[in-house]
Write a new protein. Structure first.
Ligand SMILES: [Zn+2]
Ligand SMILES: [Zn+2]
Length: 171
């Protein structure tokens, strides 16, 4: 994912890249191509890059454990400057100082890191996912189970017995 910047004219330039997850060094679970669209604006002081990245990841729902393919889409921006003093003007995570002879910038590391940062920690297959029954493990999205009225353990059975005995004695 390289952009030739040596001799690039001032103004706005657009690029797009399609990269396999393997080429980018992403972990297994990313299988679809990573699509990156870039707008690069060159001025006398800097190159300002804005990128939008989209791909998918294979994940498991945190609630119902069903595997699904989660779409991922986000953007990031980066300033490439030649002077350290220019770098101080922007967020350190969004600036790189280029050495004077730089003719090429490579986006691979930034795109990989952005994908990993944008990857959510929690995955839910759909907002109203009902999850698994904590007792029988049935996927409640596929239908309800009969667990609702069954007591957690036998303690309540004994209590009921006692109550029955009492009412029998009373009667
Ligand atoms: Zn789910
Ligand atoms: Zn159940």
């Amino acid at each position: 994912m390289r952009i030739q910047v040596g001799g690039l004219s001032e103004g706005v330039h657009e690029y797009s890249f399609r990269t396999t997850p393997a080429e980018l060094g992403l972990p297994p679970g990313f299988r679809d191509e990573v699509e990156t669209n870039v707008t690069l604006e060159k001025t006398s002081r800097q190159l300002f890059l804005r990128a939008t990245v989209s791909t998918t990841a294979d994940v498991e729902c945190d609630r119902c454990v069903t595997p699904f393919r989660e779409p991922l889409g986000f953007g990031y921006q980066m300033h490439y400057v030649w002077e350290e003093s220019e770098a101080e003007r922007v967020d350190p995570s969004e600036v790189q100082v280029l050495s004077p002879g730089t003719t090429m910038i490579d986006l691979s590391d930034d795109v990989r890191q952005s994908v990993l940062l944008a990857f959510p920690l929690k995955h839910v297959c759909r907002e109203d996912c009902r999850g698994l029954c904590p007792r029988c493990g049935r996927n409640l999205n596929e239908g309800s189970c009969d667990c609702k009225d069954v007591p957690v353990d036998g303690r309540w059975d004994k209590l009921k017995e006692l109550q029955n005995n009492k009412s029998n004695q009373a009667g």
